[in-house]
Design a protein around this ligand. Structure first.
Ligand code: TXA
Ligand code: MG
Length: 377
């Protein structure tokens, strides 16, 4: 590893991600899915072919893309993000036949999942081929692969040679970006170009499933739920660390070990019966306000009117609609940062279906600080 990178990573562990000295002129292109292949796309593909970096929209979150088969590009991605280089990247493809280039063999499980869920928000971990450099996989012999459904992502992948390594397009430690303005905020001067594709439909990162063992294991929950995977594969396990903050095991996805998605303010999740959650959040808000803190609440549409003591109340969506909640979460965490909210209280949400992914990200953002009123009852 070059000395500059090594120093960057060492510093990063102790503090906030540092700003590397970069003087790149970041150019912004607006390309929507209704016209995903304008003439500029060829130029954007060339940037990646030549070892440069382009941030782009996917159906989950914005990605920070470089050539997945070029070790120098992967090193640049780590530097631009301020991310430890032992945290592997996902390689994005846009043609089924390109899967074979990246892996030693394609297991039957992968064929079945690809037929059902690709293109889409599912990442598979498989044994890598020699074509994939260790720089891209953080030194591992396995590789994470995804075929996104977003048309702009697909066109960029095709115009850049077929294999884009891309983590989420945020600085390490910040929530994944669901709007191009947040990509610009984090990566201006650090990437060659940003494609503004407008709103992102899902808003949480892809489901990751490890297919290298006997039984498939979900390493990161997402839009493709355990139930959906089980319908195709039968038995599917879940990494036990996903919702349990006290679990002694280490998460198998290196990225799930870091404290991610953390807002600047202190976040506490209050779980319990809806009316009890409302009164407890109001009590906590009053206490925090009395202590001189600026307060914020993450509220369901149904309950938002009841939180009249907080400085900032954000409606995350209807309790009945997981998809609204998923799509708003990261934006709201960033908005609280911008408003310098110091004490944030969130309602807890159902842990079924997509709710597993929502609660996984929310509890991580909270550092697993919860008030559980079910247990008190
Ligand atoms: O939706 C997504 O997946 C987005 C978009 C841009 O595609 N990408 C994304 O990438 O979330 P990133 O780098 O932020 O998260 C990738 C996760 C990390 O937790 C990483 O440790 C894990 O995938 N991962 C990558 N390769 C792995 C491997 N070979 N084995 C286990 N975990 C792996
Ligand atoms: Mg990420």
């Amino acid at each position: 590893m070059p000395e500059k990178l090594r120093t960057a990573n060492r510093k990063r562990r102790s503090k906030e991600p540092i700003r590397l000295r970069t003087n790149m002129d970041t150019v912004i292109y607006t390309i929507y899915e209704n016209n995903p292949n304008p003439p500029e796309m060829e130029k954007l593909g060339e940037i990646i072919k030549n070892g440069g970096l382009v941030a782009f929209p996917t159906e989950t979150v914005y990605g920070l893309g470089g050539d997945g088969l070029n070790p120098e590009s992967s090193k640049k991605i780590y530097a631009a993000k301020g991310r430890p280089s032992d945290n592997p990247l996902i390689v994005h493809i846009a043609r089924m036949e390109d899967l074979g280039v990246l892996v030693r063999e394609i297991p039957e499980t992968a064929v079945k999942l690809a037929e059902r869920f690709w293109p889409g928000p599912l990442t598979m971990i498989l044994n890598k081929s020699d074509a994939v450099p260790k720089e891209t996989t953080g030194g591992l012999d396995t590789v994470a692969i995804r075929f996104p459904s977003h048309k702009v992502a697909q066109e960029l992948i095709l115009s850049s040679g077929g294999f884009i390594a891309a983590p989420s397009a945020n600085l390490s430690g910040k929530p994944s970006p669901t709007l191009a303005k947040y990509v610009l905020e984090d990566l201006n001067g650090r990437v060659d170009a940003i494609i503004d594709g407008g709103d992102i439909p899902i808003g949480l990162e892809s489901t990751i499933v490890d297919l290298t063992g006997e039984t498939p294991v979900i390493l990161r929950p997402g839009y493709i739920t355990k139930e959906m995977l089980s319908e195709v594969l039968g038995d599917v396990l879940t990494d036990p660390t996903i919702l349990d903050g006290n679990c002694k095991e280490r998460p198998k996805a290196p990225g799930m070990r870091y404290r991610h998605y953390a807002p600047k303010g202190d976040l506490v999740v209050v779980e319990g019966k809806s009316d009890e959650v409302v009164s407890r959040i109001n009590e906590e808000v009053s206490k925090a306000a009395d202590a001189g803190l600026r307060t914020g609440v993450i509220a369901t549409k149904e309950n938002a009117v009841f939180y009249n003591r907080a400085d900032s109340v954000k409606i995350i969506g209807s309790r009945e609609k997981d998809e609204e909640i998923a799509a708003s979460l990261y934006r709201i965490l960033r908005e609280f940062d911008d408003e310098n909210i110091q004490a944030i209280f969130s309602e807890g949400f159902s842990e079924e279906g997509l709710g597993v992914a929502i609660m996984n990200r929310l509890l991580k953002a909270a550092g697993h600080k919860t008030i559980n009123l079910w247990e008190d009852a």
